[in-house]
Ligand binder design. Structure first.
Ligand code: DOR
Ligand code: ZN
Length: 434
């Protein structure tokens, strides 16, 4: 079976930008032709074997290398009622992602090769998007002793993180960076000073006070980012900062990059879309860690995205059930789902002139691939991992239709412009709404 994607605007930053036809054969990109000449046989048949060809007309759409979400939580093993590897993979495909990186805070924790293999086996059975597990920095995420990084890498882990928990002990973090460097594995740091967080559950400030909730100051995040940057400079390893939420964090990363430090950073759509105001009414679907911040913080995140200080948009897809969310605000679990809303929310940045379409593809595909060492791109011979985006498709977010097993999103009912309309992995179409 051949597939021909024709008439789409292909955006593969640093490689291609133009109206291009792509022929896919045996799961790989076999021909790329400028639109003016077109791939042979644009009728019902193409190629010398005369095989049937499925034609996908991508006129008016954007064709990109498969989008990668480098920060998700699948809840398997341990909390399969919130998300399984299969449901998470399907949610990813429906959201336009061809690859995802699940964090290790499962039960048991992904802190040894057997769990990494278990996740990869389940992903192989699901047979949908590519899954690159992130393993734990410390055993049981306890922040006390390091995991066996060689074993984890051999089993298929792509990076290391104690996400959900910070590595509070600076000496342990230093050793983790040194150890990970030997295996060329990036450390993805969840930056949080737990002493400063104390019993805080939302952003520190007037909204928290008016709601009678304890606050988390911006410094709880930015001080740890500064520590990690200092450790990174000490160890010359590979540091990526997870879910940046404050203006001070953006400034710390900006200053580091200015002096040539090759740290990378991500933020999530909720931090550039929402502010702490969304928690009003004790909306637990707007509760996450780090918390939604002030409008000044949001502005700084937008600027950081615009000028490249923030390299990546990742969802921090964190499924939780009603049991964890329909409780008192301070008792509610942290996190919101994001796989099926991320592309639309990120396209809003393009419509608002914050970033270009090329910038969007960089932050959702090219940069995550670079950080993780993945070889992607719309190039002859490469596996056909492709996302097609309709930047103008209007629709209403309906969480009842999500593939995810969870519904904890503050974006249900939002009117959106633009979405992913087709997801292809290894030439196989996993989602098609074109
Ligand atoms: O909001 C969050 N949810 N932040 C985290 O760091 C962990 C995540 C989760 O696992 O639910
Ligand atoms: Zn996370």
């Amino acid at each position: 079976m051949l597939v021909l994607i024709k008439n789409g605007r292909v955006i593969d930053p640093g490689n291609l930008d133009g109206i291009v036809d792509i022929l896919i054969k045996d799961g790989k990109i076999s021909e790329i032709k400028e639109h003016k000449s077109g791939v042979r046989g644009q009728g019902s048949r193409v190629g010398d074997q005369g095989s049937e060809v499925r034609i996908i007309d991508a006129s008016g759409k954007i064709v990109t290398p498969g989008l990668i979400d480098m920060h998700v939580h699948l809840r398997e093993p341990g909390h399969e009622y919130k998300e399984t590897i299969k449901s998470g993979c399907l949610a990813a495909a429906h959201g336009g992602f061809t690859a995802i990186c699940p964090m290790p805070n499962t039960n048991p924790v992904n802190d040894n090769g057997q769990i990494t293999e278990y996740i990869l086996n389940k992903a192989a059975i699901a047979d949908t998007v590519r899954v690159y597990p992130v393993a734990a920095i410390s055993k049981g995420l306890n922040g006390k002793s390091l995991c066996e990084y060689g074993e984890l890498k051999e089993a298929g882990a792509i990076a290391l993180s104690d996400d959900g928990n910070p590595v509070s002990n600076s000496q342990l973090m230093r050793r983790a960076m040194e150890y990970a460097k030997g295996f060329s594995m990036p450390i993805i740091s969840h930056c949080e000073d737990l002493d400063l967080v104390a019993n805080g559950v939302v952003n520190e400030g007037a909204v928290a006070t008016s709601m009678g909730l304890a606050g988390i100051p911006n410094a709880a995040e930015s001080t740890m980012i500064m520590r990690d940057i200092a450790l990174y400079e000490l160890t010359a390893s590979h540091l990526h900062i997870a879910h940046v939420s404050t203006k001070e964090s953006v400034l710390a990363i900006r200053n580091a990059k200015k002096r040539g430090v090759k740290v990378t950073a991500e933020t999530a759509p909720h931090y550039f879309t929402l502010t702490e105001d969304t928690i009003k009414g004790y909306n637990t679907n707007a509760k996450m860690n780090p918390p939604l911040r002030s409008s000044q913080d949001r502005e700084a995140i937008l600027k950081g995205l615009a000028d490249g200080i923030i390299d990546v948009i990742a969802t921090d897809h964190a499924p939780h059930s009603y049991i964890e969310k329909e409780v008192e605000f301070d008792q509610a679990a942290n996190g919101i789902i994001g796989l099926e809303t991320s592309v639309s929310l990120s396209l809003k940045l393009v419509h608002d002139g914050v970033i270009s379409l090329t910038g969007l593809v960089e932050k959702m595909s090219t940069n995550p691939a670079k950080i993780l060492g993945l070889n992607i791109g719309i190039k002859t011979g490469r596996p056909a991992d492709i996302t097609i985006i309709d930047p103008d498709r209007s629709y209403k977010i309906d969480s009842s239709k999500f593939q995810s097993l969870s519904r904890n999103t503050p974006f249900n009912g939002w009117d959106m412009k633009g979405k992913a309309v087709l997801t292809m992995v290894g030439g196989k179409i996993l989602f098609d709404e074109i």
